[in-house]
Design a protein around this ligand. Structure first.
Ligand code: C2E
Ligand code: MG
Ligand code: MG
Ligand code: MG
Length: 284
């Protein structure tokens, strides 16, 4: 199964992590220790409905390195994505974030938590079962868990991947396609696959109010998504004009610095408490 994953693997140099081949194993070793030393945390970026109501929080990993300072995920995720550390990170993320959502539910917000997972996870024989065991252990409602996977991962025609996805979907876990559009696959690939949402990549959202070409692309995506009951989320919205254009095109949900930057757990709790005056509680 991992050989299948490796077929999709690019040489490290292409990842632009800035690290040499010799440095990568060192970094990965450090990352495992970092989890043990509580240097690995998550920031939360809200995703809001067209009407402004908060529907979910995306957990984004942050590594607070004692010497190097804050290391953004782009500097290490691609290097660990095909190692067993991808599994360690995903289970750590699930444990941490499900625990924190329980705290958020006590404040009255009925939100989903969106967790980024790696394709390597889906090649693991017991991945779906472990996720389901974990949510059962926490009595966490499956429909409040969204797993974000890039389109390449979702379309890997591997039996183990498909089995894991089917088991998770049957349990009620939501699956979203992240960074949609950059893989150049058609949305029709996702029809009849029971996915919950596709997240249109920021590169299509940038200056959408003046980019007619991307407007046409997004319109096409929305038309097919609607007919398949797949929600469309726009990522990386930075401007009011982008937000307005996306709403006009019929996007279901919005995410980006214009709504809120990713915030640490304490700050997202504060941010949510300010929302509550306008949107007391989101209900499914
Ligand atoms: P992603 O899942 O597509 O997450 C969106 C990224 O865009 C995040 O970067 C977020 O901070 C950034 N972003 C959101 N809104 C805006 C905006 O308006 N403008 C700009 N310029 N950026 C915006 P971040 O946190 O650096 O994460 C980068 C990528 O690393 C993520 O892309 C995801 O693929 C990966 N990642 C993050 N956390 C995890 C994790 O826990 N596990 C795994 N496997 N991957 C993760
Ligand atoms: Mg994501
Ligand atoms: Mg994305
Ligand atoms: Mg991304």
């Amino acid at each position: 199964a991992l050989n299948e994953a490796k077929k999709h693997q690019k040489p490290y140099q292409q990842y632009h992590s800035g690290l040499s081949n010799a440095e990568i194993p060192v970094l990965l070793g450090q990352f495992q220790n970092a989890i043990r030393n509580n240097e690995v945390d998550f920031h939360y970026q809200p995703i809001v409905h067209a009407n402004g109501e908060v529907c979910s929080l995306e957990a984004l990993v942050r590594w607070n390195h004692p010497v190097k300072g804050l290391i953004p995920p782009d500097h290490f995720i691609t290097d660990l994505e095909f190692t067993r550390i991808a599994n360690i990170l995903t289970y750590y993320s699930l444990e941490t974030n499900i625990g924190r959502m329980e705290k958020i539910y006590r404040t009255g917000f009925n939100l989903d938590i969106a967790i980024n997972i790696s394709i390597t996870n889906l090649f693991q024989v017991d991945f779906a079962d472990r996720v389901i065991d974990l949510i059962h252990k926490h009595h966490f409602p499956a429909h409040h868990l969204e797993l974000e996977i890039t389109e390449r991962g979702f379309l890997a025609n591997d039996l183990q991947c498909i089995k894991n996805l089917q088991t998770l979907i049957r349990e009620g876990v939501k699956i979203s396609i992240d960074d949609f559009g950059v893989g150049f696959t058609s949305i029709s690939n996702f029809q009849n696959k029971d996915i919950s949402a596709i997240k249109i990549d920021k590169s299509f959202v940038d200056d959408i109010h003046i980019n007619k070409n991307n407007q046409t692309i997004i319109e096409g995506i929305i038309a097919i998504a609607k007919s398949s009951h797949i929600a469309v989320i726009a990522e990386g919205i930075e401007k009011k004009l982008e937000k307005e254009k996306l709403l006009e095109l019929g996007v279901d949900c919005l995410q980006g610095y214009y709504i809120s930057k990713p915030l640490d757990f304490k700050t997202i709790l504060k941010w949510l408490s300010k929302q509550s005056s306008t949107y007391p509680q989101t209900k499914k």
